[in-house]
Design a protein around this ligand. Structure first.
Ligand SMILES: [Zn+2]
Length: 417
């Protein structure tokens, strides 16, 4: 049989394909950037040995911020030349890809140029959906106003590629969503409550009124965009779910009613468990963080975990997200262990990091599972041996190879033939 293009076989790994089938030993055959076959005893022009390894779909992180890297201090922003931050973001994207993350949502900060630079092959990184700016009300989570009366520099400062995200009232909201779509937003990010890393907002207060959120969702829907809500306060979560927002980010103060509403509406939860502890850790590393923010971070760490644990137990749809940027990029897979600690099985953790995340982002036809016809994004992890049980507690250091569109972008696998 003659073939017009070359077939690469990722041979003999324990394959978690994301379809819901139990992990099984299999070969994954890739041709022209797509998966063409998954099965046993398959041949190809080139065989990469995955024996003793775990093979998964490329992992997702549904909540990152590439324009910041574990140091959100205004002093650092003030001392960073404007264009330097784009080069820094490129390196963070590459680091994220090397950690096994092949698709992300940037939840605020990155603009269209970063995404296009990746799509054109100028820089390496995960596939991206962008939110560009973060919509918040005056005094909300993305309002940089400080009590001295000045705006301090940060990762959301408006520039020609990134509109300002502070907005009030349904009329302004309509225009703002249109501006974001014009600037290249794939998803609209809104803060329906206060948050931790903002000077004057309270994580326990709901932000925006239902009429504002209604316009927001209607405009986003008209443009074919989903909405993601930074939502920590109980009422902010409920307002978001009622408005038809697709995912709740952080979900710090979930109560039973909020959980039931999410189940009924099919709303996704993106936990970002490593984020609050990351703020405290950043302070230990010497990042300048105000006492107000430190107090808020301390206050949410435990209640956040307890809240997410209850949502997991109730069966809320979970998609993996870290808020990396609050923590340094590249440590994304630490989140998987935290999800498991709160009661998810290893297979549920992997599903939340692959298929479910792809469904949340609306890209499940192309990526998220290892099935015929899908783009060949996959991760190969060492240390599986002959075991069929999967351990997600330390996957980060076990990344042996990261494959995107059928190309090994990071790592090395032994070639058998
Ligand atoms: Zn975030």
């Amino acid at each position: 049989m003659t073939r017009s293009s070359s077939r690469t076989v990722f041979a003999n790994g324990l394959v978690f394909d994301g379809s819901g089938a139990p992990p099984a030993r299999a070969d994954v055959v890739v041709e022209e950037g797509r998966i063409v076959e998954v099965g046993l005893g398959l041949d190809g022009d080139r065989t990469l040995d995955c024996a003793g390894h775990l093979v998964t779909p490329g992992l997702f992180d549904c909540h990152v911020h590439f324009m910041v890297d574990g140091d959100f201090s205004p002093i650092t922003h003030a001392n960073t030349p404007f264009s330097l931050n784009f080069f820094q973001a490129a390196e963070r994207m590459e680091r994220t890809l090397a950690s096994g993350i092949t698709t992300v949502r940037d939840a605020g900060g990155a603009d269209l140029g970063l995404k296009e630079a990746r799509d054109k092959g100028l820089i390496a990184g995960p596939r991206m959906q962008l939110s560009i700016a973060i919509l918040s009300q005056t005094g909300g989570h993305s309002d940089s106003w400080e009590v001295c009366g000045a705006h301090l520099p940060g990762m959301l400062d408006p520039h020609p590629g990134r509109p300002d995200g502070v907005v009030d009232g349904p009329i302004e909201m309509r225009r703002k969503v249109r501006e974001l779509v014009r600037a290249g937003a794939d998803v609209i990010k809104v803060c329906t409550s206060g948050g931790v890393i903002s000077p004057r907002s309270d994580p326990q207060h709901a932000h925006f009124m239902p009429d504002e959120l209604e316009v927001l969702v209607a405009e986003a829907t008209a443009a074919g965009r989903f909405v993601m809500a930074h939502a920590q306060a109980t009422d902010g979560i409920k307002n978001a779910v009622r408005a038809g927002i697709r995912s709740i980010e952080h979900g710090v103060y979930l109560d039973d009613e909020a959980i039931q509403m999410m189940l009924d509406a099919g709303t996704y939860l993106v936990p970002t468990l490593i984020a609050p502890a990351g703020v405290l850790e950043a302070a230990e590393r010497g990042v300048g963080i105000s006492e107000v923010i430190m107090d808020k971070a301390r206050a949410v760490v435990d209640v956040h975990r307890e809240s997410i644990g209850r949502a997991i137990e109730a069966g809320v749809r979970i998609a993996m997200g870290t808020d990396s940027g609050v923590t340094p990029h590249g440590r994304n897979l630490e989140e998987l262990n935290l999800m498991a600690e709160l009661g998810m099985t290893p297979l549920q953790v992997l599903a939340a990091s692959t298929r479910s995340a792809a469904e949340l982002m609306g890209v499940g036809d192309e990526v998220g599972t290892l099935e015929e016809g899908k783009r060949a994004d996959l991760v190969v992890f060492s240390g599986q041996g002959n075991d069929v049980e999967i351990d997600v507690s330390d996957l980060g250091p076990r990344v042996a190879a990261v494959v995107q569109d059928g190309l090994v972008r990071h790592g090395d696998l032994g070639v058998q033939s």
